[in-house]
Design a protein around this ligand. Sequence first.
Ligand code: IPE
Ligand code: IPE
Ligand code: MG
Length: 241
Amino acid sequence: MPQDKTELPPKIPTHVGIIMDGNGRWAIARGLPRMAGHRAGTENLRRVIEACIDFGIRYLTIYAFSTENWGRPQEEVQGLLRIFENVIDRELQQLYDMGVQLRHIGRLDGLKPSFQKKVLQAVEFTKKNDRLILNIAFNYGGRDEIICAIQRMIEDGVRPPEVTDELVNKYLFTAGVPDPDLIIRTSGELRVSNFLLWQGAYSEWYFSSTYWPDFDRQELLKALFEYSHRDRRYGLTPTTP
Ligand code: IPE
Ligand code: IPE
Ligand code: MG
């Protein structure tokens, strides 16, 4: 439901990244199994996507499963894979109707073929949408992304002097996507955990102690207001004396 526009901060980031953390602790605090937290986190994601659209954010990148998360107990790993598949099955049409273009960042190989096919079909199905570009980082690691880019540059015979910022950008999973202006991490953890290492070079960070399933529209708005007051200097001198 679009809200009254007067509630919006003066400056809206083009691209927001979110490290959706704290699902497990949210569940444990309620005496529930960790998977209940992941399900609640997925419900919340739908609400946050709607809010992003209402607030005029153009790109949203969400960290759903890291290259390190494979090391969790198998039951949880399988549960997370199932949740992602179910989201595509159940929510794709609704996301399409909302004007969302779905993209995947991370390594698709390593995921089972039927899963890969589902992701590629969802990407293809929504590719003409442009209201919100939603990058889902699944089986994603910032280091892995850089390694993958270097490997492909070597395969393509790129010569050392040709390696520039611009060229590296083209080889990353996020090719064509502007760098994130704002990265939010929920649950009180103050670390990067391998998320958008290259792209986040000059992102503004916002940390919230709220667990992801409770990080609602108002919490997002708080982050956006805080962002709108930041002076982004990119290594230069202050823009306001
Ligand atoms: C984030 O919640 C979701 C994923 C990493 C898949 P966690 O599962 O990390 O929750 P906590 O940090 O253990 O509370
Ligand atoms: C980062 O959260 C990964 C995702 C949110 C998908 P983690 O919970 O896996 O990260 P650490 O272990 O706290 O660094
Ligand atoms: Mg965590």
